[in-house]
Design a binder for this molecule. Structure first.
Ligand SMILES: Cc1cc2nc3c(=O)[nH]c(=O)nc-3n(C[C@H](O)[C@H](O)[C@H](O)COP(=O)(O)OP(=O)(O)OC[C@H]3O[C@@H](n4cnc5c(N)ncnc54)[C@H](O)[C@@H]3O)c2cc1C
Length: 474
């Protein structure tokens, strides 16, 4: 058969660019087909945090860490319910892949390495220039290697012959290649896909939105293309949901101010308020009606709201709305934040148990006076008792889709598996299009870009090897 390319890469975000770079370096004649008018995908819009263990950047920061510790952490956090072989690769290759990115030109500063989730040693590596920085590094390398790209080219279907993928159909033409790599990202911009594969998010109705909104083709195309060849779709309902207050417009606010008291419908605190998003969204969804309320008083509104230190721990520069006084007053005036002169009245307005809240406030205020957290035993920053009327309550729901979890299943070579668990000849995948990267808990900030680039590189190499052996047998 006459091939147009050795490897066709569908989607030019982080995973696709990394796949193309490795394919090209391994000698493949390859092309990236990208639906958007620019490369980068969600990767370029992201915070650019990369989760990795045992890196030179950690060592420079005095952090002694290992791939083994990362593997044990991720597996334990996920109750060992994720694929161990894939997570072993993610852990083992995280450090070498970060070093590879550094060699390609991305900068990671030791002083910025921080906790991404609830790991014992900091593993989140914020990159200089955030997601744009990583995307630009990859785009520049791809350009220097002379990798062909076709922008504005949305792949509509796979070409099949005798159960093998032999190319794609896009922009009215067939392109043939013995290896095709799907790196089309997640499905955060598709309400239909969210309803099918992320029902916990879909249940939030108008509250639900995805951080992918500036990457318009994050529509789940990879799942649709996979379904064409009976690919196994896994990771149902496992995406990461961030807390959101649905106020001030639909804005990204992954870190709520630490001076809020967070309670459920029973009026009880249910997590330390400063919890990482590895914990917070999941815990929120376990509460009655999957809702919580951020309670604060007039003094906190005036005095605490000027503290913005919680906003962007990764220094990503991503626009995040503040809970500063003018915005809070505006939201109160619009009725987005409820207010009342007594706590009982506030409870009646938001529909929570007044007795429960009164008891929680009593111990919370005692703790504030003593500077302790007798409930969760956390070290507290400055806290504010709930004591000065008027009192305020903002409704919080875990409705903001940060990463979609469902998608294609793969083996260690990144070959896509069919519904019987058999590799589909000629088809590979990497990145957020996969359903094997998320389990019961998100590992922490950086656990999407890291795996996308780790597996993107791997898919590029294995797709090239397969293309070579297809050429030899032709
Ligand atoms: C605001 C924001 C902040 C984030 N912050 C972080 C962070 O700090 N750390 C982290 O680990 N994760 C973060 N994430 C998540 C992370 O960015 C993504 O999970 C990851 O970058 C996905 O990479 P990818 O290559 O799989 O997909 P993408 O980078 O999204 O690339 C997919 C590409 O495929 C293209 N495409 C789709 N369908 C087709 C088709 N049919 N034909 C051709 N092309 C197609 C898309 O246009 C897109 O360019 C963030 C995400 C966002 C949006």
């Amino acid at each position: 058969m006459a091939w147009d390319y050795d490897v066709i890469i569908v989607g030019g975000g982080g995973a696709g660019l990394a796949a193309a770079i490795e394919a090209k370096r391994a000698g493949a004649n390859c092309i990236i087909l990208e639906a958007d008018t620019k490369l980068g995908g969600a990767t370029a819009q992201s915070g650019g945090v990369f989760y990795a263990a045992g890196t030179s950047v950690q060592r420079a920061a005095g952090i002694d860490d290992s791939a083994e510790d990362m593997f044990q952490y991720l597996m334990t956090l996920n109750h060992w319910s994720v694929k161990p072989d894939i997570f072993r690769i993610l852990a083992d290759e995280s450090g070498p892949t970060l070093e590879w990115l550094i060699a390609e030109g991305t900068e990671f500063l030791p002083e910025q390495v921080t906790f991404g989730g609830i790991e014992a040693k900091p593993r989140a590596h914020p990159s200089h220039g955030a997601g744009t920085g990583i995307a630009e590094t990859l785009i520049n390398t791809a350009g220097a290697l002379g990798i062909e790209t076709a922008l504005g080219t949305r792949v509509e279907r796979l070409l099949l012959e005798d159960g093998q993928v032999i190319g794609v159909h896009a922009a009215g033409i067939d392109l043939r290649a013995p290896s095709v790599i799907l790196t089309t990202g997640g499905f955060g911009n598709s309400p239909e896909m969210i309803a099918r594969f992320f029902p916990t998010a879909a249940r939030k109705g108008d509250w639900t939105w995805a951080v992918h909104r500036r990457a318009p083709y994050i529509l789940g195309d990879g799942i649709r293309l996979g379904e064409q060849i009976d690919a196994r779709i896994v990771g149902h309902d496992t995406g990461l949901l961030l807390p959101g207050s649905n106020a001030g417009g639909k804005a990204l606010e992954p870190f709520l101010p630490p001076w809020l008291m967070l309670v459920n419908r029973e009026g009880r605190r249910f997590i330390p308020e400063t919890s990482s998003y590895t914990i917070s969204g999941y815990a929120l969804n376990e509460q009655t009606d999957e809702v919580a309320f951020a309670i604060f008083d007039e003094r906190a509104l005036v005095e605490a709201s000027s503290d913005l230190s919680y906003l962007d721990p990764y220094g990503s520069g991503i626009e995040i709305p503040t809970w500063e006084e003018p915005m809070l007053r505006e939201r109160v005036a619009k009725g987005e934040i409820q207010s009342a002169d007594t706590l009982d009245l506030l409870c009646a307005r938001i529909g929570i148990d007044p007795k429960g809240l009164a008891e929680t406030v009593r111990t919370y205020n005692e703790d504030c006076a003593l500077g302790v957290d007798s409930h969760y035993f956390q070290k507290l920053g400055k806290r504010y008792p709930v004591s000065t009327a008027p009192f305020y309550a903002a409704e919080i729901r875990a409705a903001v889709i940060a990463v979609t979890g469902a998608g294609l299943d793969i083996n260690r070579d990144c070959a896509v598996l069919d519904s019987h668990g058999r590799p589909v000849p000629g088809l590979y995948a990497a990145g957020e299009v996969l359903g094997v990267l998320m389990g019961k808990r998100y590992g922490g900030g950086g656990m999407s870009i890291g795996p996308a680039i780790v597996l993107g590189r791997r898919a590029g190499i294995h797709a090239t090897l397969a293309a070579r052996s297809a050429a030899q047998t032709a």
